[in-house]
Design a protein. Sequence first.
Length: 94
Amino acid sequence: MASSLILHKRITTTVAKAKALRKYVEPMLTKSKEDTTHSRRMVFAALQDKESIKELFGNISSKIATRPGGYTRILKLSDTRLGDNAEMCIIEPG
């Protein structure tokens, strides 16, 4: 899910999953601000996807370089999921 968020820039999911994903992705975004071999290897150990690593260290890290924190945004949607009435939201980095 973290790789999908980085590659697609925006995913629609439930609020609970988005909050859990935020806790997982924000430390990776912090590590991407410093482009060293060690930080790339640490993030690769968590993501296991070369394309998302390239995207994270290339485009996304330049957008969040000056921010002190709060790299993801959760936007709640007004509709709920049809099957179990779960609240839906959009999560996006930056």
